[in-house]
Design a protein around this ligand. Structure first.
Ligand code: FAD
Ligand code: UDP
Length: 372
């Protein structure tokens, strides 16, 4: 069969591109090095529970078009992410809101909480935050920084908070209301029946063939000469054989346990924010679907951050200034491959993308490719 496209990676970016190309009558071959489709959003049913194999995934967006787009492929429940933080046995609500301030300082009104935050922010008065630590203190003060941010962040990124970019912490809302919703977005939920079905439906066309357990780099030259166009969602630095140097990534290690109890921690996500606990969070999968699953069973996953070395799974790009400028050099090389190769997704574009942003980026690539 003659193909119009080779898509490398059956994650959300690759699958969206393949789906849209097939809709336009194009023939697509998708290769995936793992033994399953769906990339990091892969979920699998165990004991009637949808297990998020690669960590908690909550779909959230303010982009109505993207919300409508993803709803073609699954029905979403009304899950609202409200993680709690465990700091040495003391529990705090997240994100930073009136509940957190009450738990931290005993304040009960927005005026009291704001007075406390302003007092705590004084140490940064008149200074422009230069790194994550300074940004956190100027946003919310030292108490919260020390108990809820420093330990978690340094574990997560394997670096001192003083060596991390400020923008990472700006992802988290700070609110003077009693609202534990982790996100500010208009739409949020978890697909009923899991995420894998989304990618399954995207790849269902007769015009798409999927080959698992196949690594692009085992046959790079053949693929490049055989296929008129390639959509590449793997690591951009690896595509160019690291010739300008290595980009940095953060890896993770997941430890999953099946427990013979109904309810282990009372919440889908509990963050461990002290420096000594080696994992950052424990997720209890059944709470993403309001306790659905077999009676007397629950499944939990501990998430351990890890350094990345060649061959490990690159879960997070580390978007500091150094890496971003190296990425720009790789992006110039990528430009030279255009229009025959399209680089997309978290690894192909080296960006800390959420699912909605990946969908958006894939649809932009589709529009550009098909000029519609
Ligand atoms: P991926 O899902 O990584 O897909 C790329 C695919 O390409 C993979 O299957 C990989 O195996 C394959 N591949 C790579 N190299 C090759 C090769 N050489 N040959 C063949 N195949 C290859 N987003 C949210 O919106 N909400 C969340 O709550 C959320 N939580 C997250 C939690 C964690 C722990 C992580 C790691 C990410 C989270 N995300 C979340 C982000 C989300 O996972 C990504 O936005 C999305 O999965 C990216 O899709 P992608 O297609 O770009 O990449
Ligand atoms: N963070 C923190 N304490 C928490 C949760 C998050 O300090 O309890 C910080 C940490 O630096 C993290 C950043 O906020 O990298 C962004 O958190 P988010 O939950 O968005 O991270 P992700 O979902 O990407 O793992």
């Amino acid at each position: 069969m003659k193909y119009d496209y080779l898509v490398v990676g059956a994650g959300l970016f690759g699958a969206t591109f393949a789906y849209e190309a097939a809709k336009r009558g194009k023939r697509v071959k998708v290769i995936e090095k793992r033994d399953h489709i769906a990339g990091n959003i892969y979920t699998k049913e165990v004991d009637g529970i949808q297990v998020h194999e690669y960590g908690a995934h909550i779909f959230h967006t303010s982009n109505k078009k993207i919300w409508q787009y993803v709803n073609q492929f699954a029905e979403f429940n009304r899950y609202t992410n409200s993680p709690v933080a465990n700091y040495k046995g003391q529990m705090f609500n997240l994100p930073f809101n009136m509940n957190t301030f009450n738990e931290m300082w005993g304040t009960s009104t927005p005026k009291e909480a704001l007075a406390k935050i302003n007092e705590q922010r004084q140490e940064m008065a008149g200074k422009k935050p230069q790194n994550l630590e300074e940004q956190a203190i100027s946003l919310i003060g030292r108490d919260i920084y020390e108990k809820l941010i420093k330990g978690y962040t340094e574990k997560q990124w394997g670096r001192k908070a003083t060596e991390l970019p400020a923008f990472i912490i700006r992802r988290l809302p700070v609110r003077l209301t009693y609202d534990n919703n982790y996100f500010n977005d208009d739409y949020q939920g978890i697909p009923i029946g899991g995420y894998t079905q989304i990618v399954e439906k995207m790849l269902a066309s007769d015009l798409i063939d999927v080959e698992l357990n196949t690594d692009f780099f085992d046959y790079q030259e053949e693929y490049v000469s055989e296929f008129p166009k390639i959509v590449f969602t793997g690591m951009i630095d690896q595509y160019f054989n690291y010739k300008l140097g290595e980009l940095q990534y953060r890896s993770l290690h997941f430890e999953t346990e099946e427990l013979n109890e109904d309810n282990h921690q009372g919440n889908a996500v509990v963050n461990y924010t002290d420096a000594d606990t080696p994992f950052t969070r424990i997720i209890e999968h059944k709470h993403f679907e309001f306790g659905k699953g077999d009676k007397g069973k629950t499944i939990i996953t501990r998430e351990y951050p890890a350094d990345w070395h060649r061959g490990d799974e690159p879960y997070y790009p580390i978007n500091n200034t150094e890496n971003n400028s190296l990425y720009k050099e790789y992006a110039k090389l990528a430009q030279k491959e255009a229009p025959n190769v399209i680089f997309g997704g978290r690894l192909g574009q080296y960006r800390y993308y959420n699912m909605d942003q990946v969908l958006n980026a894939a649809l932009i690539a589709v529009n550009k490719e098909f000029e519609d």
